[in-house]
Design a protein around this ligand. Structure first.
Ligand SMILES: [Cu+2]
Length: 159
């Protein structure tokens, strides 16, 4: 009787250890879907470029930070008009994501900024981006290097 209790206690411990090592999200845990990830080619002689995509979170969340093996730093930027000039600045608290609603990172709006790109990026290359959220599990995406659909904004700035 005593031995049996010991054995089942050991089995429970093993199970607990397995569960804590397993990082799969619990059923019903929030997730973020990423679509149409794209980075611009790096302008000649520059190590900076912009990346765009569409994020849809299952529950209210926040894109907190982004990492890439292909750039030293990735920042989340917002664009705004100031005295007729398109200015951009880092969103230090990240970018909020409303539940079930597609949020675009797009030319002329919010975007990801790669700083210190390690190898020049040409059309057809890919960039690996790891998106880190406040609640959802991180998502790794492979962005294609391509020119985004032309917009007015494209004529005045590199991103
Ligand atoms: Cu920027």
């Amino acid at each position: 009787m005593f031995l049996r209790a010991l054995v089942s206690a050991a089995a429970l411990l093993t199970l607990a250890a397995c569960n804590s090592g397993d990082r799969a999200p619990a059923p019903g845990a929030p997730t973020v879907q990423v679509a149409d990830a794209l980075c611009r080619p790096t302008p000649r002689g520059r190590q900076t470029t912009g990346c765009y995509m569409t994020l849809t979170a299952s529950g209210a969340d926040r894109l907190v930070s982004v990492e890439s093996p292909d750039a030293n730093i990735v920042q989340i930027h917002e664009s705004r008009m100031e005295s007729n000039m398109m200015m951009m600045q880092q969103m230090r608290d990240g970018m909020p994501l409303a539940a079930g609603q597609a949020t675009a990172l797009a030319p002329g709006g919010n975007h990801l900024m790669l700083l210190g790109v390690k190898e020049p990026l040409a059309v057809g290359d890919t960039v690996t981006l790891k998106l880190i959220f406040a609640t959802a599990a991180p998502v790794e995406v492979t962005a294609t290097v391509a020119q985004p659909v032309a917009s007015e904004y494209d004529q005045t700035t590199a991103h």
